[in-house]
Structure formats: C-alpha cells, structure tokens
Design a protein around this ligand. Structure first.
Ligand code: SPV
Ligand code: MN
Length: 629
C-alpha cells in the first residue's frame, strides 16, 4: 500500500468513514477503493458497516437522491429504470480476457486491455456530483464455509438499498476472515441521469451501458444502467465470478431455488431447482404449504459426503406480473401489507398505490409508470403499446417477511439436498414431471440439454427456443463443456447423489392449449418428495421415470381437492417420440459444432436415449400413452 493511497483516502473520506476502512486492515481493499474514487470522482462518499443506522442512511438516501419515492403503504417505495433499461443487457455484458485465454464461442468476450481502456474512458468522472456508497456484504450465510465477502461501490442509493434487502451485511465477515480473504469487487455507476416519472432519476446514456467482467481480479464494472440484473453486484454479476471460482474448487454455483417440500407426517425434504428467468422459479419456491430458502441463486457443496445448499441471497427480486390472491397467496399477502419493499417499473396510481398487469381489480386508466405519465392506449416511439407495468417489472423484499420462510435460511451449513429439479419453457417435448435414471443421465438430459423459449427477462425477441444448459447460460464464465464436466464430477464424488428431475409447466396439446393449470406444480413437488424417500413407484419410459396415475390422483385430491381425470394424465404423460428424437438431434449437432469441449459422455447418453426411443417407436408408434409401459 502506498502512502498516496492512504493520503487520498484520508482526504476524501470523513474521519469516521476512514476509520471504518482502516479497521479492515486490508491493502487490497484500500487500493480498490482509492483507484475507483480517483477515476469516478464522486462528490461525497459514505462508508457503510452492518449497523442499523447505516442501513437507515441508505434507505433515506434513495428518497433524498430521487431514486425511490414513498408510496401510500408504509415501507413501500417505487423505483423506475429507464424505458430502455428494463432487463439484463446480454449484448453489452462481456468477459475481459487476457491474450491466449478462451471461454469458447458461446460466451461474450473481449480483449481485456481493450475493455479496460474503454472502461477508463466511460468511468472518468462518471460519479461527478453523485454520492458514492461503499457497502460490504456477504454471499451466502455469514460465518459459514459458503461465505464470500463482497465490496460494492455504487453511486446509486437504490442499488445499495436493494442490496440491503437482498443480501446479508458483510463488514463483520470481512473482519472475521481477516486480510487474506478472497473477496469479490463491484463498481457501479448509473452515469448521467435524466428525469423520469414522478421526478425520479434514471440513467441517460444507454449507448454507454456496459457490464464488464474481469475474472483475473474478481472485479465487475457496471456502467450507465440501473436495472437490477445489470447493476446489483451481488446478484448475477457475482454469480459469474463465483462460477469461475467454484470450478477451480469443485463445488457448484447454480441458477436455482432452494425449498423444503413437506411430505407425510410433516417431514421436510429439500430441493434445489433451476429454471430460466420467467419460467416459474419464484412461484415454485413460494408454493403455499412448502418452505422457502431461496428463489434464484444457490451454492452447493459436498459436506460430510452429502450435498448441502444455501441461498446466496436473503431476499427476493421477483417478477410481479400476474401475481394474484388465488394463484400466489403468499406473494400476494406479502405485496399488499406494510413492510420494507421496493417496487420497480409498475404503475403508480393517483392514490399513490400500485397496479401491475394481472393484479385483481380494474386496471386504472391513468397513472405514472416506467414510461412517465401513462394512459391506457399510450404507445412508444416505435408505435408499441405501453402496458401499465413492464413484463419484467419486479418487487424487492427480504425473505423473512414471508410466513413460510424456512428455519434454515441462515444456517451456516445450509440444508441437505434430496432432489435437483430442472425446468424450462417447453411447449411440445417433455412431460410435466419425470425422474432421470441417475446423476449422469440427469445432468446430461435434464440439465445440459435444457432448452427454453425466450422471455422478457432479457432484451431481445421473445418465444424463441434457445439452448440454456442448467438455466445458467447467461451467467457462465467458464467454457460450457467444462461447466457440464464440473457438474458431472460433483455427483461422481458423492456416495448417493441427489435424484434429478425435470418439470415442464408449459406443455401444450396439438391445438396449442396448455395441458396443465398453474397450481399443478404443487402435485409434481409432492410426487418428487415421495420419490426421494422411496415412497412412490414409477413407470420406466425411454426418457425417465414418470408417475403412476393412481399416485397423482390421490395427491390431486389431497393437495388441491381436485379430481384428476385419467384422460388428462394420458395427454400430459404421453411420450412424444418424434419431438424427443428431434431434440436429441438438435442437441447432438449443437454439442458437436458449438460446444467444442463437450464431455464425451454427453454423446453416449444422447445416443442411448435415442436408441431407447427408436425401440419404443417400433413397438408402439410416435405417441405412446403412459398406459403402454
Ligand atoms: C433473472 O432474470 O434470472 C433474474 C432477475 O433473476 S435478474 O436480476 O435480472 O437476473
Ligand atoms: Mn434469476
């Protein structure tokens, strides 16, 4: 640490804040902060520790700095992101790579020096006139083998406030881990601001929006954006650093919910579940009657030869569209009662209340939303109708406001995982729920071969079928084959790996009608809970093990008080042979031509499944009723 570093820190920080940094006694933290201050040049600086007062300061700053506004209900605030800043910007999210390093053709990369040069131009004085927040957090529970301390620099009080709701405070964790700690660093600036609805300020320079990831130094730069998926360091940005790190260390970082499913006699079995964005992950995690640990990102480690998982986060940044009292009673209750909560990109009514698309009751005719003053029928510059709330509009709150939060949310050892679920948006191929034959079959066929139709969670066209291994493609920071191999190796080290399942909430019949209702997922969860406890039989099909009609019928009555008809079961669980074979062929071509480091076993598993399907086709034809097995 140079003398200059300390001089600059002393000069720019208050005496009190300077002492907060000095207590950490970590030259690399000092260096990181100094360099960032020098280039970004904020007007003033606030250093936050884990104290209630510091969180209160951040909360109030979000109002004072015009990034949030109070709503009628106590604890509720509204935040807007710019009209064109409503989702993750994959095109401008890039890994900065030193010469000679490659992450394969599927990942978005650029030359490290070129990226750093571009950043230094974009970042010069970018915080002029802004307040810089220096915040310390911990990914995963504190005082745990999973804990990764993080430092977030941001000139957005909204970002800092969101992270206070979404993550555990980490100043004490830095002190606990001492100055050899390996930590992640984030620098975020909203950049130049302009006024949007309700006088709130939004990022203006979207042509200079960048999210650049420097794996070499474990640092991520996010510039000229506010949308959480681009700006919250600890969310999808940290996930990329963690995926890089876990592959070196032999554990897993997954785009997964963590939840407890209650079985007979009140027993709880824990599941993790990976779904692409907007494919039912949060609503599964929030299932009434079950317990929630997390809805987005999980770390999985082998501890005492078992898989244990934690939620990296302590809050939810969830999609609000369509939430209603009938289908999502827990989310509905949480959203309609006082508690600290940030709503983003929904409609604020004349009563200073909120409205989102799908909220029960009449849609207001006017209000203010992410497009400014809004009225029914308003169109944007390109003639597109502007809905009252954006499809990717979200809410942010702490998990502990939910009545069904699991008792182990902050357990330093997490929970033991009994089952792993993979789900995609697939209208034509896979059955609603199915168990794989074993870990390798599950990782390859359910995880690595996951395809899903695109949604509004990322910028770009919706409804296009894309390859999304383990629902994690957007966040991978290592070559795809290596990532699959890390998953395979993880299971190979376990004496009894968790069971692997697939679910598909989006299956349609040939006329395009949905084959399931939203709440049917409650039944699939209960069936999986029985399976991991060896308490339900299954039918063996070429693609995996599927439920017996009698078991589902009993569960439908018990859980949903619904008569489940045999013909519904037959339609839902018919094996669609051609569609499955076509998918295998798409995957085979993709792995051969685009994923150059595909593990050889992937091809073997694909081939075996194809042969089983061809045999079944010869015996039973193209559409095979479950009654045939
Ligand atoms: C997702 O899109 O997967 C999310 C929200 O969980 S974001 O923070 O944008 O990643
Ligand atoms: Mn997500």
């Amino acid at each position: 640490m140079t003398q200059d570093t300390l001089v600059l820190l002393k000069d720019r920080l208050s005496q009190n804040d300077y002492q907060k940094i000095m207590r950490l006694n970590n030259p690399s933290i000092n260096q990181f902060i100094t360099t960032s201050i020098e280039i970004c040049n904020p007007e003033n600086i606030f250093v936050s520790t884990d104290s209630f007062e510091d969180m209160q300061y951040t909360r109030e700053a979000a109002i004072r700095n015009h990034e949030e506004k109070k709503l009628a209900m106590e604890g509720h605030t509204i935040h807007f992101d710019g009209y064109h800043d409503q989702a993750r910007d994959n095109a401008h999210t890039k890994f900065l790579l030193p010469p000679g390093i490659s992450l394969g053709p599927e990942l978005n990369t650029m030359d490290r020096n070129e990226g750093l040069n571009e950043l230094s131009q974009i970042m010069t004085n970018i915080m002029a006139g802004h307040e810089l927040f220096i915040k310390f957090y911990c990914l995963g529970p504190v005082h745990s083998p999973f804990s990764i301390p993080c430092i977030q620099l941001t000139d957005s009080a909204y970002v800092a406030h969101s992270e206070d709701l979404l993550y555990r405070q980490g100043y004490q964790e830095f002190l606990r881990q001492g100055n050899n700690v390996r930590f992640f660093k984030f620098v975020h600036s909203q950049g130049t601001l302009e006024e949007a609805g309700l006088g709130l300020l939004v990022s203006k320079n979207r042509e200079k929006r960048r999210v650049y990831i420097d794996l070499k130094d474990d640092v991520i730069y996010s510039m000229n954006t506010q949308y959480g998926g681009n700006s919250l360091g600890l969310k999808k940005l940290a996930m990329r650093l963690a995926i890089h790190r876990c592959a070196q260390e032999g554990w897993l970082v997954e785009h997964m919910l963590v939840m407890g499913v209650t079985g007979p006699g009140g027993r709880i079995s824990y599941f993790t579940g990976a779904f692409p964005s907007m494919c039912g992950k949060t609503s599964t995690a929030m299932m009434n009657g079950e317990t929630i640990i997390g809805d987005d990102i999980a770390y999985l480690r082998m501890i005492d030869r078992k898989v244990r998982a934690v939620n990296v986060e302590a809050g939810i940044f969830g999609i609000i569209e369509g939430i209603n009292d009938t289908n999502d009673p827990l989310q509905w209750d949480a959203l309609t009662h006082p508690a600290e909560k940030i709503f983003s990109n929904i409609l604020v009514t004349e009563e200073n209340d909120v409205y989102w698309k799908g909220k029960p009751g009449l849609q207001p005719k006017t209000g203010v939303n992410f497009s400014g003053d809004w009225f029914d029928g308003k169109v944007d510059d390109s003639g597109k109708i502007i809905p009252p709330s954006h499809k990717n509009a979200r809410f942010t709150f702490r998990l502990d406001i939910l009545p069904n939060v699991d008792a182990h949310l902050h357990d330093p050892l997490g929970v033991e995982v009994h089952g792993v679920i993979y789900g995609g948006r697939d209208s034509e191929t896979s059955v609603p729920v199915e168990e794989s034959f074993d870990w390798v079959h599950g990782i390859v066929m359910k995880g690595a071969c996951l395809e899903s139709e695109t949604t509004a969670a990322t910028l770009g066209e919706e409804g296009v079928r894309v390859f999304n291994p383990m629902s994690n493609i957007d966040f991978l920071s290592i070559p795809i084959g290596k990532y699959i191999q890390n998953n395979l190796d993880f299971g190979a080290r376990l004496p009894a790996p968790p069971r692997i399942f697939s679910v598909n909430y989006f299956l349609k019949d040939r006329s395009g009608a949905w084959l399931n209702e939203k709440n049917d997922k409650a039944i699939w969860l209960k069936w999986m809970e029985l399976r991991v406890n060896d308490e339900a039989d299954a039918l063996l099909t070429p693609t995996g093990s599927i439920p017996l009609y009698s078991d589902l019928k009993a569960l439908f009555v018990e859980v949903l008080q619904k008569q489940y008809q045999k013909q519904e079961y037959v339609k839902q669980f018919t094996t669609r042979v051609n569609e499955n074979i076509e998918k295998i062929q798409r995957m085979e071509t993709l792995f051969r031509t685009r994923i150059l480091d595909t593990p050889a076993v992937v091809f073997t598993v694909l081939k075996d499944q194809q042969n089983r399907l061809l045999d079944a086709q010869r015996a039973f034809g193209n559409y095979i009723s479950p009654e045939q097995w």
